[in-house]
Design a protein around this ligand. Structure first.
Ligand code: PLP
Length: 478
């Protein structure tokens, strides 16, 4: 390709970019009117197959049109009424930040390649670590792709620090709760641990780690000659938003010499809240913490962070060298982030969060987070006014869990009714309130962190959920 034609390509790309910018306006306008989800039917799948393979070259515009068609089959994670999983109500500034990262395409792994963005990453990590309660002098961390990678990174440090020999690794036991996110267990399996080394400690009636059971299990394991080495607490459990008793768990960890990892992928963002940061009291006693900026820091996907009380543990676990990177060896104040984690080539992930926070400022970030907490409280308050609704887990960190329970139905019948209700709410574009199981029962779950949903709209959503539930039950009972 000669220079002229590549210059033409640059112009065509710039043109298509303008088109994509106008799509951005379309996507952002009237978000509540858009479908929460559109799943490809078998016929649509057959027609989409034609786009999968690259063949003869095509004009950029026509490929942009193809992309629009392909992406139309998706769930809008940022829809104001999508309450399932952990939604991702990404701020438009995050999108812009991501565009900048992509434009400059910086390799964030080494100081030589990324001294500007790495300075920001180190500064932002230090700032957030202090907010989490970790000591500013020793704390460190790095941006990773998400909570699963952050948890895996934390677990790796725990293993390396606490279980020195191969024999110790075979005897090591780690303590999670029944509500711990499955990414933790998955990470432990990746590290070579087997099921019998992972103790699932019961939770109490508030779905929080039962600390007495933790203590007993640790003691029993020690008595058997095993090696308890770590405990994983959660700040913001995915099912219920529950925060484990972090201070009490830290006391046990201190006494029993366990590494304490806190999975705060969802809930650790609360430390930036204006009114609720106290809920994370004790978080700063952890040895390592996960946080997903693509959840409650309003970032587009691929933006997680792992923090550690002592930066050197990251280096101990991950620093490695090869001949061809010798020109990029760096001192502590000029970090090579590739020595801090699993990945070598790293996008400058910190830059998009930095961009959002720098433009919005801390107060606005805090207020956006607070809004989620109040939305879930509003949902709970409205449900409590209505007949035949049961709250299974009250509004906690923007999550409320409930079910429709009209009299006269068996437990199986109630399960079926709530599962059918969740499906109907999605089909009718009323709400993406997916189901989960608590106490073995099928229940609806609302995780309400969208800054684009007002309190009044939440009241309307609950009214419509109630009307839909009553009409379904009425139809079933005639
Ligand atoms: C508490 C918790 N931990 C970890 C994860 C995994 O995070 P990711 O999907 O970013 O890998 C999730 C995801 O929802 C989560 O809610």
């Amino acid at each position: 390709m000669d220079f002229d034609s590549s210059q033409r390509m640059t112009q065509d790309v710039a043109e298509a970019f303008r088109h994509i910018t106008s799509l951005f306006h379309q996507e952002r306008s009237e978000p509540s009117q858009k479908p929460i989800v559109k799943v490809a039917s078998p016929t649509a799948v057959s027609s989409l197959h034609q786009y999968a393979l690259p063949e003869a070259p095509k004009p950029i515009e026509s490929v942009v049109e193809e992309a629009i068609k392909i992406f139309s089959y998706r769930l809008r994670n940022d829809h104001p009424r999508f309450f399932g999983f952990i939604p991702s109500p990404a701020h438009p500034l995050s999108w812009l930040g991501e565009m900048l990262c992509s434009l400059f395409n910086t390799h964030g792994g080494s100081w030589l390649q990324s001294s500007g963005p790495s300075t920001i990453e180190a500064g932002l990590i230090n700032f957030l670590a202090t907010k989490l309660g970790l000591p500013s002098e020793t704390a460190g961390g790095l941006f990773v792709s998400g909570g699963s990678m952050a948890n895996l990174t934390g677990m790796t440090m725990a293993r390396d620090r606490m279980l020195g020999s191969q024999e110790a690794r075979l005897k090591g036991c780690i303590y999670v709760s029944e509500q711990t996110h499955f990414s933790v267990t998955k990470g432990l399996k990746v590290l070579g641990f087997v099921d019998s080394q992972i103790r699932k400690v019961p939770v109490n009636s508030k779905f929080r780690f039962d600390v007495e059971s933790l203590k007993k299990t640790v003691q029993n394991d020690r008595a058997k000659g095993l090696l308890p080495f770590a405990v994983v607490a959660t700040c913001g459990a995915t099912n219920t938003g529950s925060i484990d008793p972090l201070q009490d768990i830290a006391d046990v960890a201190q006494k029993e010499k366990l590494w304490m990892h806190v999975d705060g992928a969802y809930g650790a963002s609360i430390v930036l809240s204006k009114s609720y940061s106290h809920l994370a009291d004790g978080l700063g006693r952890a040895d390592s913490i996960s946080l997903d900026a693509h959840k409650w820091f309003f970032q587009t996907f691929g933006c997680g962070i792992v923090f550690v009380r002592e930066k050197k543990h990251l280096l101990d676990s991950f620093a490695a060298n090869a001949e061809y990177v010798r020109d990029a060896v760096a001192a502590e104040e000029t970090p090579n982030f590739w020595s801090y984690g699993i990945e070598l080539t790293l996008p400058a992930r910190a830059m998009k969060l930095w961009f959002t926070m720098r433009v919005l400022g801390l107060d606005t970030m805090g207020a956006l987070i607070d809004h989620g907490v109040t939305l879930a409280e509003r949902a709970e308050a409205e449900l409590r006014k209505l007949k035949d609704w049961e709250i299974f887990s009250p509004a906690t960190l923007a999550i409320v869990v409930f079910r429709y329970a009209p009299r006269g139905l068996s437990e199986n019948g109630l399960d079926e009714l709530n599962i059918a209700l969740s499906k109907k709410l999605l089909e009718e574009n009323i709400a993406g309130a997916l189901t989960t199981k608590l106490h073995g029962k099928a229940v609806l779950r609302v995780c309400a962190i969208s800054p684009q949903l007002s309190l009044e709209e939440m009241t309307e959503v609950i009214t419509k959920i109630d009307e839909t539930a009553k009409s379904m039950h009425y139809v079933r009972s005639i």
